[in-house]
Ligand binder design. Structure first.
Ligand code: NAI
Ligand code: K
Length: 353
């Protein structure tokens, strides 16, 4: 260890190849300062090995920050399998991958991500203990969108308190972009709290779900209509890049808090939001309920314990928003600082003994 344990770079990057099954994977371990690195396996047809590498470096770093602020005793890692899952995914390939995960002897725990599913984790688990996100039959936590939505709701409450002095969303107009797994659970919490929900989705089945289950929810044509609508809170729950040079100037909400990963389209958007007086609750802070849920499996899944941890996203978000005010920086910057402090402070202790 050195005097400067800051986020200087990745601890370890492992290239994995198994010619017989066609496996080509890269495991990125950004930090084990807080514990074993946890992060999912993305199975994706990258255009090149360079593109796969860039993604795994980026994603594993992001997981270190997310896990640190989720209060987990886990570091950050991620893996990518380079290939089209529909063409090359097989038992042999997944098991070959599982053997590489096992070879890291617990420095890295894997889980589901884009292109990998609970059933795949069960196959990987035939070769390694270091896998979460498993099926319920195998002690898994099941659908992680349940606690993701709960955590987003808590983060939104903390942001509401910061802006309006009360965490209650009663009477607030909340725009939910994307009524998928997370958006639906979130809508339920908002309706229960007395919020007026305005929503949109590109999938007619999602709109049908809203009409059937929450007839009071107002539906608008698309995400740009939602951005331009008279809403207090905007909750991006679909794809990344929801906050960009087009949407931020048009946004009427005072608060942004949603589940989508990578909401800021590019660096600088957090400043644009701050300049417009829009409070942005950082995506990776408020959407950590999912990783909290799968991380809990490592101890033997207990829903109530995991829910309690996800509830603490309220306190973490509040702490970040206060730090942002104190240090005169946007919340996204304050969140990064807080994560770096925890990794440095606790990582230092772990390095001493
Ligand atoms: P999902 O795939 O179930 O839902 C996404 C919904 O967004 C779908 O209903 C889809 O039709 C809709 N959608 C897609 N493009 C749209 C557009 N342009 N405008 C409006 N709606 C659109 O995904 P899920 O699990 O609900 O996740 C939502 C977001 O939250 C994703 O960005 C995901 O990465 C993120 N997230 C999810 C976690 C989880 O535990 N499920 C954990 C952390 C983050
Ligand atoms: K590091």
């Amino acid at each position: 260890s050195t005097d400067d344990p800051g986020p200087a770079g990745h601890e370890q990057v492992v290239f994995c190849q198994d010619r017989q099954s066609g496996l080509k994977a890269i495991i990125g371990i950004y930090s084990t300062a807080l514990g074993p690195a946890l992060g999912g396996t993305r199975f994706y047809p990258y255009a090149s090995e360079e593109a796969a590498l860039a993604d795994v470096l980026d994603l594993s770093r992001g997981m270190a920050y997310k896990n640190a602020l989720a209060g987990l005793d886990l570091g950050g890692g991620k893996a990518v399998i380079w290939g089209d899952p529909n063409q090359v995914k097989s038992e042999a390939l997944l098991r070959a991958y599982g053997r590489f995960v096992q070879s890291l002897a617990g420095r890295y725990y894997t889980a589901c991500d884009v292109g990998t599913y609970v059933a795949d984790m069960d196959v990987i688990a035939r070769e390694t203990r270091y896998v979460t996100g498993r099926s319920v039959e195998h002690g898994g936590a099941g659908d992680s969108s349940v606690l993701t939505a709960w955590g987003v709701f808590q983060g939104m409450r903390a942001a509401a308190e910061h802006v309006w002095g009360t965490p209650s969303l009663r009477g607030r107009r909340v725009g939910v972009a994307g009524l998928g797994k997370v958006g639906r659970h979130l809508t339920g919490h908002l309706v229960d709290d007395g919020a007026e929900v305005v929503a949109t989705d590109v999938d007619p089945r999602a709109l049908e779900w809203a009409r059937t289950n929450h007839p009071g929810v107002a539906l608008v044509a698309d995400a740009s209509a939602l951005v331009a609508a008279d809403i207090d809170v905007y909750a991006p729950c679909a794809l990344g890049g929801a906050l960009n040079d087009d949407t931020v100037p048009a946004l009427r909400a005072r608060v942004v808090a949603g589940a989508a990963n990578n909401q800021l389209a590019h660096p600088g958007i957090e400043k644009l939001l701050a300049d417009r007086g829009i409070l942005y609750a950082p995506d990776y802070v408020v959407n950590a309920g999912g990783v909290i849920q799968v991380a809990d499996e490592i101890e033997g899944f207990n829903f109530d314990r995991a829910k309690l941890r996800a509830t603490r996203i309220f306190d973490t978000t509040r702490q970040i928003l206060r730090l942002a005010d104190d240090e005169g920086v946007p919340p996204a910057v304050a969140a990064d600082r807080l994560a770096e402090r925890r990794m440095a402070d606790v990582g230092r202790l772990r390095a001493i003994h």
